[in-house]
Ligand binder design. Structure first.
Ligand SMILES: [Zn+2]
Length: 212
């Protein structure tokens, strides 16, 4: 029932106040999150919860298949605001295995607008077809594409002018690529962390040398 959500909210707010009477007063004055989360809209990947962070600690952008599209005004607004105003120290691109968006990008079924949104993932899979075609089961191909997609988004974020300018100004900012497993609730660091423009070049070079 929809009313239960409002009741849950009352119980949650009063529990927070019981634990810390100034909690909401502090939050209402300002937010100073150190992290920007770019994750999938999937209901099974609740950003704050899986990293154990409270309200106020994580600035969140979620969309289908955790994309960081270089021409999406929503994403770009979030990125600029979090880098230039909030001055987050870390940007986490977090994908997840079994992503329905990635799966949809790999089949030929027509779903409507989402096919357009997922076009970059379809292109990515095409670019890696030689490697993906060696994997016989579809789920395996989906999961590898989920990892490749995180990598591509980390590169997009690293190449973004807002991020490049922040590094040029000497602002401390790291971009990380993680992937979450819905099966066991665990996050895995894909070791794609970049902290400056040189790291982005090295990451791209590594991609070409490993062809993965
Ligand atoms: Zn997903």
């Amino acid at each position: 029932m929809i009313e239960s959500l409002l009741n849950n909210n009352m119980a949650w707010a009063s529990a927070r106040v019981r634990a810390d009477s100034q909690f909401f007063r502090r939050l209402s004055e300002q937010q100073s999150p150190e992290y920007l989360w770019i994750g999938c809209s999937d209901s099974r990947v609740p950003a704050n919860e899986i990293v154990g962070l409270d309200p106020g600690e994580l600035f969140v952008h979620r969309n289908i298949a955790n994309l960081a599209p270089p021409r999406d005004i929503n994403f770009l607004s979030v990125l600029q605001y979090s880098v230039e105003v909030l001055k987050v120290r870390h940007i986490i691109v977090c994908g997840h295995y079994g992503c329905g968006g990635v799966r949809a990008a790999l089949d030929t079924e027509r779903r409507g607008l989402i096919d357009h949104w997922l076009q970059p993932v379809t292109e990515l899979a095409r670019a890696h077809a030689d490697h993906l075609d060696t994997i016989t089961d579809f789920e395996g191909r989906v999961n590898l594409t989920c990892e490749l997609n995180v990598r591509a988004q980390v590169e997009y974020v690293g190449r973004n002018p807002f991020v490049a300018d922040a590094w040029r100004r000497g602002q401390k900012l790291a971009v990380h690529g993680w992937i979450y497993s819905i099966r066991d609730g665990l996050l895995h660091d894909l070791e794609l962390t970049i902290e400056n423009a040189r790291d982005v070049d090295a990451l791209v070079r590594r991609r070409w040398s490993s062809n993965a």
